[in-house]
Design a protein. Structure first.
Length: 578
């Protein structure tokens, strides 16, 4: 919906009232200056906070994060230059607001996506200060998107009006030269533009008016259809699509305003671009038409150059909208196919997970893939009659790439695909995985894993950890007591030459151990706050000592986030010793 200032400006352009244009230019200059200042401030914020995060990433060796932040800062610097070039208040008719609106929108959306990926990549390194810096960047990017839609979008509309004013002035000069200032130059020697194409429906009860408009429009290469009444126009619109409708205001039986309301109230017709035509130049009439949904307003007698400019503008906007719809349809279809593929991948991952075990060792698990499908996987098996191995891993990122890597890892661990590796030694397993899966050879992807081996002869659990949340050991007794089994080591793939170490602990009878991914506790509440690891530990501690109810835990988690859909894979594995 156009603002009152936009309607006033359009009316003055159409009526040739130049008496108030200096003040309008002053107001537009102020609008440009404000938009430029706001954009510079927001870009400066993004550059500043990206610099802070870049220092943090460099200090801690977050290579993928550092590259993403560097690209974001570079794009912001480049956009800052374009803002200064394209929002120049001293060159009103030369600024390129449409181009800048697109650049700001693309940059804002890309920045939000980059920050979301950054938060996912950092996992356990996402400290409150880092999270706060990311939130500042997200807020600035969101404000830039709002600015692009409103202030810069308004300037883009005014840019068109400045151009049309120049067309009007050129037409007046031509009229004076021909001595025909009282009517449009219908017989001027304008050559037909072969590239001008589009269909126009002319609605006017006056045969002479229709003939004049048809002659002008056909000269410019448009396909013209005529209607002499409102009902006939509506019948034609329901039968065929037109790029532009030129609708006369004053007609018997059904006036232009009534026809316009019928078009905009009908879902099948409301997308038609309607330009109202009338001999009246009252501001209130123009405003009512624009508010009712008209794209523009032309005053009789119509200057042919101005008519052509307005029709071309409507056609271009309609075709842009049609392209956007086609793109959106293709995107929706692509997302549907991707969702189907992700569902198939999730089903395949689930089919590879081992069945629950009963006996001296009992296993139970829950696995719920996220909407995008993450990279969670787990497994367990008896290596021999005395030793039982189990693990849970989480590949960085989401989607098919993460799922494929997790499937490869699961199959490798299941069949013993690491050569010259003793699978009864957790630290050796993690060290060999680190050698086999460096980040630079796997699209900068890495994964965390907790791997343990239980020896039932001496009731000893030996385990190693590579950047994964600690396992929780529930000790036997009158109430649930949880001990964190954590061994420190970097994620697999980050440090190629790192050697992991083992930690051992005796397991008392009737103990229960829980392994999980960060998707089980990194839950965003509806108010934007996060449920943390310690909150998850406290939740497990409040369960029944004999057996922790998985379904109850998951129901509480769903209630916390206010949704049944998890943002990340939800994996929870329990191992119980008799």
């Amino acid at each position: 919906m156009l603002s009152a200032a936009d309607v006033l400006f359009r009316a003055r352009v159409s009526s040739g009232d130049e008496s108030r244009q200096p003040s309008d230019s002053h107001a537009v200059n102020n609008q440009i200056i404000r938009a430029r200042l706001e954009l510079r401030n927001l870009l400066s914020q993004i550059i500043g906070f990206a610099g802070i995060l870049l220092e943090e990433a460099s200090d801690k060796g977050w290579r993928p994060s550092a590259m993403a932040l560097h690209h974001t800062a570079e794009a912001a610097h480049l956009l800052l230059i374009h803002v200064d070039e394209k929002l120049d208040p001293y060159r009103l008719s030369q600024y390129k607001a449409f181009e800048l609106q697109n650049e700001v929108t693309v940059f804002g959306r890309q920045t939000l996506v980059t920050m979301q990926r950054l938060a996912t990549q950092l996992n356990g390194d996402l400290t409150p200060l880092v999270r706060e810096d990311i939130a500042h960047i997200n807020k600035a990017a969101a404000q830039m998107l709002e600015l692009a839609e409103n202030a810069i979008g308004s300037l883009a509309h005014l840019e068109i009006e400045v151009f049309l004013a120049e067309v009007r002035d050129a037409g007046r000069v031509q009229n004076r030269m021909l001595g025909e200032t009282a009517r449009p130059p219908l017989t001027s020697s304008v050559q037909q533009d072969e590239s001008a194409t589009g269909s126009v429906l002319v609605v006017d009860d006056s045969h002479m008016s229709r003939a004049i408009l048809e002659q002008v429009l056909r000269r410019y290469g448009y396909e013209v259809t005529m209607a002499e009444s409102g009902p006939q126009a509506l019948e034609l619109l329901r039968a065929k699509s037109f790029d532009v409708v030129l609708l006369d205001m004053l007609m018997p039986e059904m006036g232009g305003n009534e026809v316009l309301r019928s078009i905009k109230d009908d879902p099948a017709l409301r997308e038609n671009k309607v330009v109202m035509v009338s001999a009246s130049d009252g501001i209130d009439i123009v405003a009512r038409c624009i508010e009712a949904g008209a794209e523009d307003y032309l005053i009789k007698p119509i200057n042919s150059a101005l008519l052509r400019a307005r029709v071309n503008d409507c056609i271009e906007r309609k075709r842009l909208r049609d392209r956007e719809r086609q793109t959106m349809h293709a995107l929706v279809e692509s997302q549907r196919r991707l969702a189907d593929e992700l569902a198939e991948a999730a089903a395949y991952v689930r089919s590879l997970l081992p069945p629950p075990l009963d006996g001296p060792i009992t296993t139970r698990w829950r696995f719920i893939p996220s909407r995008q499908l993450g990279g969670d996987a787990f497994g367990y098996e008896w290596i021999d009659s005395e030793r039982f191995a189990f693990y849970l891993l989480d590949v960085s990122g989401h989607g098919l790439r993460a799922a494929l890597l997790s499937i490869s890892l699961m199959n490798m661990l299941r069949i013993g695909g690491l050569r010259q590796t003793d699978y009864t030694q957790p630290a050796e397993v993690l060290t060999q995985l680190n050698v086999a899966f460096p980040m630079e050879r796997h699209h900068n992807m890495y994964f965390s894993i907790w791997y343990g081996v239980y020896d039932r002869g001496n009731r000893t659990l030996t385990y190693a950890n590579a950047g994964h949340p600690p396992a929780l050991l529930s000790l036997p007794g009158g109430q649930v007591r949880l001990e964190k089994l954590s061994a420190h080591g970097p994620v697999i793939g980050a440090l190629p030459h790192h050697r992991y170490t083992d930690t051992s602990r005796e397991i008392a009878p009737n103990s229960q151990l829980f392994l999980f991914s960060d998707g089980a506790y990194e839950i965003r509440r509806p108010d934007g706050s996060f449920w943390e690891f310690e909150d998850f530990v406290a939740l497990l501690s409040r369960q029944r000592p004999s057996e922790i109810d998985f379904e109850h835990v998951m129901a509480l988690t769903r209630r916390l986030q206010g949704s049944d859909q998890f943002a990340d894979d939800y994996s929870l594995l329990s191992v119980h010793w008799a």
